[in-house]
Unconditional design. Structure first.
Length: 341
C-alpha cells in the first residue's frame, strides 16, 4: 500500500486561500467567507487578535474558518479515507506518528524511517490546509483534521465509510499546553495572554475549535453509535499502555499486528520510535520548522514540551482545578465519558 504522502506544499495552500490561484471553487469559498465574516460573533484570540464563532465553534478568522468552509463546500471524501481528528494540544503529533508508523510498518525500516527526519505533521497532511492538493493523493489517504464531528459534511460522516481516530485529553492539560504554545506563536505586537485570561476563555469555550467539551462529546457519541467508523482514544490511556492502544489502532485501521509481528516486538518498536523521548530529541524536531501557511510557521520543537499526564495541575490554582473539574462533570454528565481528577 502507498500511504506515505508527501507534505503538502504549504506555500501553495496559503496562496490559494489568499486568492492568488484563481480557481473557481476557491473563489466561491472566498466570496462566502467575505459575506459572513463581518457578522460573526468575536471573542479574544489566543494566537490571533480575535476568534470568530461560526456554527457554534470558535475559529481563527482566516485560516481555520476558510479551511472549514472549504471542507464543508468542496472537499470530496473517499470511502477509504482515514482521518485523525483532534482538538489542538490533545496528542495530535503523537497520534500522527503512531498511525503513520503503524500503517506503513512493512514499508520502512526502523533505522531509516521517515519519522526520523520529518516532523509527524509533515508525514500526514492537515485536511483544512490543503484544499487543492488532496485529489492527487493515492488511496487510502491518511489526513488530519481539527473540525468538530458535528460540523463535518454528511459526505464524510454519513454517505461514505470514512474512518476517524479521535484522541482526547484531560482538559486541564489541554488548557495549559495550549496556553504555553499559543503564547509562543502570538505576534510580538500583541501582549501575551495571562493564564487567568486563557483559563476564563477556555472555560467559556472560546478557544480554537472550542468549546472543548462539545468537540470531545461529538466524537464520543459518534464512536458509540458507529464504533466501526470512529475509534475514540485517550492520551492518558496511550501513556499508560501504549502497546495495547497501538494494537487496537492497527486492528481498527485494517492493519492488525500478526502474532509473529507481536512476538518480534514490532509494536514496541513503533511505540519507541514515536515516544516523546525519541521524537523530541531528533534534530529535525529540535531545529526545523513547519510551514502551515505563509503566516503560520511553527518551530517543530514547540510540538514537544513535556508530554506528561497531569502537568496542567502544577500551573493551575486549586480554585481553577475545582472549576474546570465541575464544568467537565457537568458537560459530560450522562455521556459515560469521564476524565481523571
Ligand atoms: P498540536 O495540536 O499543536 O498538533 P498536539 O500534538 O495535539 O499539538 O499536542 C501537543 C502536546 O502533546 C504537548 O503536550 P504538553 O504541552 O503537555 O507537553 C506535547 O508535549 C505532547 N506530545 C508531543 N509528542 C508527544 C509524544 N510523542 N508522546 C507524548 N506526548 C507528546
Amino acid at each position: 500500500m502507498d500511504s506515505f504522502l508527501p507534505s503538502p506544499d504549504c506555500d501553495t495552500i496559503s496562496k490559494t486561500y489568499n486568492g492568488q490561484i484563481d480557481s473557481h471553487l476557491i473563489q466561491k469559498t472566498n466570496e462566502g467567507y467575505r459575506e459572513i465574516l463581518p457578522n460573526l460573533p468575536r471573542g479574544k484570540g489566543w494566537m490571533t487578535e480575535h476568534l470568530v464563532q461560526y456554527q457554534g465553534v470558535w475559529l481563527t478568522p482566516n485560516f481555520a474558518l476558510k479551511g472549514l468552509m472549504w471542507v464543508q463546500d468542496h472537499f470530496k471524501p473517499r470511502s477509504t479515507d482515514i482521518f485523525l481528528a483532534t482538538f489542538p494540544k490533545t496528542g495530535t503529533t503523537w497520534l500522527k506518528a503512531l498511525t503513520f508508523a503503524t500503517v506503513n510498518r512493512t514499508r520502512y525500516g526502523f533505522a531509516d524511517h521517515p519519522l526520523l527526519t520529518t516532523v509527524p505533521h509533515g508525514c500526514l497532511p492537515f485536511l483544512e490546509a490543503c484544499p487543492n492538493d488532496l485529489d492527487g493523493f493515492p488511496s487510502p489517504r491518511l489526513l488530519s483534521t481539527h473540525i468538530p464531528y458535528t460540523l463535518l459534511p454528511n459526505s464524510m460522516t454519513v454517505n461514505q465509510s470514512c474512518r476517524f481516530v479521535y484522541i482526547c485529553r484531560d482538559p486541564k492539560d489541554v488548557l495549559v499546553s495550549k496556553w504555553l504554545f499559543m503564547n509562543k506563536l502570538r505576534p510580538k505586537e500583541l501582549a501575551p495572554i495571562s493564564l487567568e485570561e486563557a483559563f476564563e476563555l477556555f472555560c467559556q469555550g472560546i478557544s480554537h475549535y472550542g468549546p472543548y467539551w462539545d468537540h470531545v462529546l461529538g466524537y464520543w457519541k459518534a464512536s458509540l453509535e458507529t464504533p466501526e467508523k470512529v475509534l475514540f482514544l485517550k492520551y492518558e490511556e496511550l501513556k499508560e499502555e501504549p502497546s495495547v492502544v497501538v494494537k487496537r489502532l492497527g486492528e481498527f485501521l485494517g492493519h492488525p499486528f500478526s502474532l509473529e509481528e507481536v512476538s518480534k516486538g514490532v509494536v514496541e518498536e513503533i511505540v519507541k520510535l514515536c515516544s516523546f523521548e525519541n521524537l523530541s530529541n531528533l534534530e529535525v524536531n529540535k531545529s526545523s520548522v513547519l510551514k502551515l501557511s505563509t503566516q503560520i510557521i511553527i518551530d517543530n520543537r514547540h510540538f514537544f514540551r513535556k508530554g506528561k499526564v497531569g502537568d496542567g495541575k502544577s500551573y493551575l490554582t486549586d480554585e481553577m482545578i475545582k472549576r474546570i473539574n465541575e464544568i467537565t462533570s457537568e458537560k459530560l454528565l450522562g455521556s459515560g465519558l469521564v476524565f481523571g481528577s
